[in-house]
Design a protein around this ligand. Sequence first.
Ligand code: CA
Ligand code: CA
Length: 570
Amino acid sequence: MALPLIGRGWVRLPALAFASAAVLAAPAAAQSLADLRNDAATAGDVATYGMGWGQQRHSALKQVTPANVKRLVPVWNLSLDHSANASTQPLVIDGTMYVATHSHTLAIDAASGRQLWKTPIELPADVNGYLCCGIHSRGLAALNGFLYRTTLDAHVVALSMKDGKQVWKVKAADYKQGYSMTHAPLIAGGVLITGISGGEYGTRGFLNGWDLKTGEKKWHRWTTAGAGDKGADTWKPGMADTGGAPTWLTGTYDPELDLVYWGTGNGGPWNPATRGGDSLHICSMLAIRPGTGEIVWTYQFSPGDPYDYDGTNEPVLADLAIDGKPTKVLMQANRNGFFYVLDRTSGKLLRANQFAKKVNWASGIDMASGRPIDTPMTAAVRKTEEQTEVIEVWPSAFGGKNWMPMSFDPGRKLAFFNTVNLGMKVKYVKQARPGGPNWWLGLELAGFAAPEDGMRGSLVAWDPVAGKKVWEVNSKAPNWSGVLSTAGGLVFVGTQTGQFKAHDAKTGKELWSFQTGSGITGLPIAWEHKGTQYITVTSGAATVYGALAGDPELANVPAGSSVWTFAVMR
Ligand code: CA
Ligand code: CA
């Protein structure tokens, strides 16, 4: 099963872009560690991926409301000049917007939409042939006048915010082994932290800590328990060395506990009997010390994981009253179909409730052991490497929710997220690890199963304490965008058919919609400039879902990516 290769969007833009940078010169960025720490509380700027270290993606801004959102209109649109996936979250710092694409980093005058500088990423000409799972860049980290990002060929780059000039560039892994990087780095504990993609290619996952000033590698932490590690006996001998557990999405940070939370992905191969046992630490949440990479606690969502459920979805941090007691929690809507609430000081499981409409791989999560309760289907899959029958598994490998991050409204104490409602038909087979960049799954994918009502997704408001849906809005195609909630009482979301929408946070009712010209897989943000609230989202879809799921809704959606910024017409 080969993924289609999505347009070679990285023709180098030469002197032209730099020449305009010299004329315009972006304002100096006076950004500090305190700006990162306070990002969620300072609604004007967006200084971090996730709109705060806890990734709540919630804005305190109240100017746009259910009463006036009908007058929300585009203020500007800027082309990103490529046809790859635009699943990225911009930053807005001191009046300048910074955007990462797979091929460039750019700065935009946030008020006018005028491009200030645009710096190409130098990529090897053959990198397309080695990429596992998508051509995009999800975002940036920023501190003290520098931007930090990752590249498709598994490098980490620092650039000057002022003019986009590269300051340093270091290699995290060899792309020819199937490693790549698409996530935004995390600045935590004085260190730049990055993960890695490539879990479908028989790679071994890891996390790295880098020196912010020089790019020097401060630490390296494998995410599978190899020979000599605690948990090595959860693998067949040697299998941990190619065992996956990639760290392909950005983690969160609690500065008081000085803990970084970072999820790990599927095991390699997907076939659990090939690996044997729980395969620690695939599909897990790791709590680590950012200064050293030391693992403080772990929780495994999907032990042994046969279904590519990953555990990489965003770990959102909040303080909630659990059984009447104020508790520092970590929330994750996991691909396996359950919404988890963990005590983030210890990793103790507090809640695990089914949010996906249909789940047939587990009958629930045992709260005492924290382990899923296998259905007979899953128990059989774990036992035999070679299955004779095709089974239908819900949710599919796309998960009950995929990577597109949720928001959490700390006032309403509700999480808002996009679900996927699909099954998959698979048969497990013995597969030796292929040489070169090829999928190593140990199964044959016979297709996907759509739900009877044809509704392949929904936007859900979820009460994490009660473990219940508060409202749900179904859609034919699942939304593949991030979610933004605002104190004004709105929930913003983009559809794969191009509509950028505002829903009433109270009821879920759709209040506003605007067609952006391509599917939306971007992560919307809210920010403020000279007293006006703006909403920004990138449009431009070229997703793995679009390529594989055979969704009839997406038959006529063009590619082509751009940045849209909206405000209420006065
Ligand atoms: Ca802020
Ligand atoms: Ca995966």
